[in-house]
Design a protein around this ligand. Structure first.
Ligand code: FUB
Length: 468
């Protein structure tokens, strides 16, 4: 009888001491302009979707991901796109979603058929959709290119505010229905007191260094929230030749705003823009922003990154630098329940797709690719592995390894044709090694006599069985 090797289970405290590369948090596609939202013990992040290869921000849809532990993110696909808004023509730019009375309002901006930018709102009963255009027309339309980057906030007294802007900052008070507003659109003037400067810095390095001491300006990407009776307005400001993240505070949601300084500046983000959001979750504070640091990325191929930070005792926000490691896991993942293959901490050489029957699944799997799932708690031990896969051709191999991409191999499934790439079948494998405790799990993609270019199979969900 084959001797089963024993793999000593690591505890979570040991694991958290190990440094992991975690930023950017989504690798299967680009995820610019992250807007976090907490709902029922989960963090959601609403993003755009850069299409690289163009010399501008070319975007046609918006995406949602969620996480319970801040490190394993589930892809919920593309609930809305330009096609969802009859009045939109191009440029599916930054957006933010908020919950009110059990409904979810997703404020987006897009170029209209009149060639200006406008703000619209889609509504749903669920944070992941389906969403539909609430109005069939823009909520904010003034014929201007300044109508971008909506941020929405509901105060303790129930009054909701919508801010937005590009070089000029505006707000309105939303009505309770969240899809109409009362009163006039108000512009908050650019001033040294509110935003640290009046003009963009000059160009020579010497001038830039001097100006860096004091100069800033509101550019775009406002983010409004409240903490301990103080209102915070974070925004993309200017530093040298790229944007920085800066903030102002006020005792009121409508100002006057007092400039507080730069939060993130002069970082090697490989992106001109940085568009951020700040939010608390499970007792911790997080900054979401984007970088152009995926392979082949840049200013027009941007990805969500996250850093944890602690407010200073006076409520000010510390300077934050970008990291590759990102944030620590806030919990463990249960391998004995159905887990979606599109829940992951890191991946290479695969993507995601969706259809009506299956929802979101892992697609475009290539030889040499893998998915990493962090902090999986096997408890006393697992005996069997099951995966739901679909393949139009055979030859793909799914290996299950732990702790490293070439770590101990727990199981191997040879994927035969299932009757079509989107015809999913559950295949199982007894575990070759005994595993207990907390480990990172790697799903490693290999092929049997297959050229590296061809796709291997699609992967929908997986689970382990507990040892009896
Ligand atoms: O993503 C397109 C535009 O770039 C956003 O609307 C801005 O905030 C900037 O990130």
């Amino acid at each position: 009888m084959k001797k089963i090797k024993i793999i000593i289970g690591l505890t979570l405290c040991c694991l958290s001491a190990i440094i992991f590369a975690q930023n950017p948090v989504i690798q299967t596609h680009f995820s610019p302009d992250p807007a976090p939202m907490v709902y029922k013990d989960k963090m959601y992040v609403y993003t755009g979707d850069d299409i690289p290869g163009f010399d501008f921000y070319y975007m046609t849809k918006w995406r949602v991901h969620s996480s319970e532990d801040m490190v394993n993110w589930t892809d919920h696909g593309v609930p809305i796109s330009l096609e969802s808004f009859s009045w939109a023509r191009d440029r599916a730019w930054a957006a933010q979603c908020i919950q009110r009375d059990g409904k979810f309002y997703w404020y987006i901006c897009a170029q209209t058929v009149n060639n200006d930018m406008a703000i619209g709102v889609a509504v749903s009963d669920s944070p992941t959709g389906p969403f539909k255009d609430a109005l069939g027309k823009p909520l904010i339309t003034t014929g201007s290119w300044d109508n971008i980057d909506p941020t929405v906030f509901i105060d303790d007294d129930g009054q909701a505010y919508l801010y937005w802007g590009n070089s000029h900052l505006f707000y309105v008070k939303l009505n309770k229905d969240m899809v109409s507003y009362e009163g006039k659109i108000t512009e908050i003037p650019q001033s040294v007191e509110s935003f640290g400067g009046l003009r963009r810095p000059g160009k020579s390095d010497e001038v830039l260094q001097k100006q860096e001491q004091f100069e800033d300006v509101f550019v775009e990407g406002p983010w409004l929230y409240k903490r301990n009776k103080q209102y915070y307005l974070m925004y993309a400001g200017m530093t040298g030749r790229t944007e920085c993240l800066s903030y102002a505070t006020s005792p009121s949601p409508t100002g006057p705003w007092e400039y507080q300084g730069k939060i993130m500046t002069n970082q090697p983000t490989n992106s001109f823009t940085n568009h951020g959001g700040i939010i608390d979750f499970k007792g911790k504070s997080y900054l979401f922003y984007h970088t152009g640091l995926l392979p082949g990325a840049g200013s027009y191929g941007r990805s969500t990154a996250i850093e944890e930070f602690k407010y200073n005792s006076d409520g000010s926000i510390p300077k934050i630098t970008i990291t590759k490691e990102g944030v620590n896991a806030l919990g463990t993942l249960n391998p004995y329940q159905r887990n979606e293959a599109e829940t992951m901490a890191w991946s290479e050489k695969c993507s995601t797709a969706e259809n009506k029957k299956t929802g979101v699944f892992i697609s475009d799997i290539r030889v040499g690719g893998y998915i990493k799932v962090r902090a999986v708690d096997f408890g006393k031990g697992a005996s069997e592995f099951a995966a739901s896969v679909g393949a139009g051709l055979d030859g793909g191999i799914l290996e299950v390894r732990i702790d490293k991409v070439d770590g101990h191999k727990l199981a191997e499934i040879e994927v035969q044709r299932t009757g079509g790439w989107e015809e999913f079948k559950t295949l199982t494998s007894k575990l070759a090694e005994y595993v207990s405790g907390v480990h990172d799990v790697y799903f490693v993609f290999k092929g049997k006599n297959i050229t590296a270019g061809r796709k291997l199979f699609n992967f929908d969900h997986w689970r382990f069985q507990k040892i009896k």
